[in-house]
Design a protein around this ligand. Structure first.
Ligand SMILES: [Zn+2]
Length: 340
């Protein structure tokens, strides 16, 4: 079978590997059909000094596919069924796993495609408990956006920030994979959405998605515009995944008692916070990473209900690095998909 492996920092090779053995008890074998790219893939590709992992490593952290075989003791999943896979090897037995808080597993074996072998290969054996059926009218391409882009956003907005109808939200980088999903989910809830983009062409696209106000952060200071748009009151929620110098600007955008939820730091992981401002303004800051299985099921149900992901571009397996280059260069509007 074909498999894309990271062999060194910034070096990916298309390898020919033996097919996996027949699925064992409690396992299913999945033929991968589409992989969604995320900034996690860019971090893995560039190399991270602190990440515990061994190369070569099969890349790909988010995918959809079709079940080809089932092992013994598998119920509820059949060959031919369209599925997505949870992207972290959770234990399934700790308190967090048993309570459905999968992304807080106490014995997690690693993030697939980052710490351990991922999905960019023709066939993979997965524990059936980490495989989720996809509604028939959702395409492989769209379903491939459920485990990370949709699931992460769902977890951030609803489990962490507890976004409510009628609230005002600032969504950073509305053209990014998760930013574009956040706009759609907040709009569906009836929120007022302010978003940031890096160029005017993206501004038009963000408006078309449902953003009420779009700020080009390269030509205007987003915190000043946001305060003006909210009559100096600030927003209820900031959807943050950028970090860096903009982080304190994001805090300034919050209403007293407002919530900031963050899942990334593409502009830099280290910030200085004024604690006086934090407690006096009673801000709530949530760190969020990944999602649980329920978030993925809810995401697929939203897709089946018509909330399709925005697709920036699609590439063949051999052009995986071209897709990464689009993400790294911040050229994208929506998701980059690798088709098998
Ligand atoms: Zn666990």
């Amino acid at each position: 079978m074909r498999a894309l492996r990271l062999i060194a920092d910034r070096q990916i090779e298309l390898a020919d590997l033996p097919d996996p053995p027949p699925p064992g008890a409690g396992e299913v074998q999945v033929r991968v059909k589409a992989v969604g790219l995320n900034h996690l893939d860019v971090w893995g590709y560039r190399g991270m000094a602190f990440a515990k992992r061994k190369l070569p490593l099969v890349v790909g952290a988010e995918a959809s596919g079709e079940i080809v075989r089932t092992g013994a003791d598998v119920t509820g999943l059949k060959p031919g069924e369209k599925v997505v896979m949870y992207g972290a090897m959770t234990c399934g037995t700790c308190a967090a796993c048993r309570e459905g808080r999968d992304n807080l597993c106490e014995n997690v074996g690693g993030i697939m495609g980052f710490h351990i072998d991922g999905f960019a290969r023709d066939l993979i054996n997965m524990p059936a408990r980490l495989v989720i059926p996809v509604p028939t009218d959702v395409s492989f391409r769209d379903a491939a956006c459920a485990p990370i882009a949709f699931g992460t956003t769902e977890h951030m907005l609803f489990d962490n920030a507890k976004l409510k109808p009628g609230e005002t939200i600032l969504v950073h980088a509305g053209g990014s994979g998760i930013g574009s999903v956040a706009i759609k989910m907040a709009k569906a809830l009836g929120c007022t959405i302010i978003t940031t983009v890096g160029d005017d062409a993206k501004a038009e696209k963000a408006k078309a998605l449902g953003a009420d106000h779009v700020i080009n952060y390269k030509t205007e200071r987003f915190e000043g515009v946001t305060r003006k748009l909210t009559a100096k009151k600030g927003v209820d929620v900031v959807f943050e995944h950028v970090g860096g110098e903009g982080f304190n600007g994001s805090l300034l955008c919050l209403k007293r008692g407002g919530r900031l939820v963050t899942c990334g730091s593409t502009a830099g992981p280290t910030v200085t916070i004024n604690l006086m401002q934090l407690f006096q303004q009673q801000y709530k800051i949530f760190g969020s990473f990944g999602c649980n299985m329920r978030n993925i099921r809810d995401s697929l149900a939203k897709m089946a209900g018509g909330m399709a992901p925005i697709i920036d571009s699609e590439f063949a397996l051999a052009d995986f690095e071209k897709g990464l280059a689009r993400l790294e260069g911040r050229q994208v509007f929506g998701k980059v998909i690798i088709n098998f």
